[in-house]
Design a protein around this ligand. Sequence first.
Ligand code: CA
Length: 234
Amino acid sequence: MNNKYKILVVEDEKNIQTLVSALLETEGYSVISAYNLAEADMLFVSHRPDLIILDLGMPDGDGIVFLKKLRKTTAVPLIVLSARNSESDKVDALDAGANDYVTKPFSSAEFLARIRSALRSVRLSETGRLPHATFNVDDLKIDYESRRIFIANAEIRLTQTEYNIVAFLAQNAGKMMTYQGIIKAIWGYPDGGGIKKLQVNMANIRKKFGIKPGEESYIVNELGVGYRMKGLEE
Ligand code: CA
């Protein structure tokens, strides 16, 4: 198992930088540290990291601005690590192209799981996963070619829209997709009562999947932000 991924940690607080670096190195990742955005820019170009951890409050600017600029040229997986915990901050970062958003203080286990998940999504796209491949997480299986979904080998009957939502989340497994991002992908236009429609569809999907209210299974809902299909390594 090749674990020697290069991770660029963009964080101005020395103690968090030290903590995160130590954690990542213990897991076998190699770490590059940037203490401001100018340095991050430079190190990204010179080191081409496999993943970026980005703090938003940086001394020479806002991390979101850095993220937006970065996304014009690269799809490198990026996880925001921030003390800002409002829904709008999360939505802004995810819509700007962050793969995930972790708030401080964070749990090491969950943080590492998010990193594995973000790296995994890249591995999948790099190996050129074909559209007719299948998706598996826990006992959920999606057959993209026949557009059929199974849980523990029993077929789940979904409407076209419900299937499209599940397949879209599965193709972005491990990544938090915002409500607007999903609505745009499924219905092709932003909002306009879309959130309600999405929620109704999600409620039906959960019911058909046999997920009880309040239970988190296969699909994680972050209230006010979006939905995330669980990655394989969670
Ligand atoms: Ca900071």
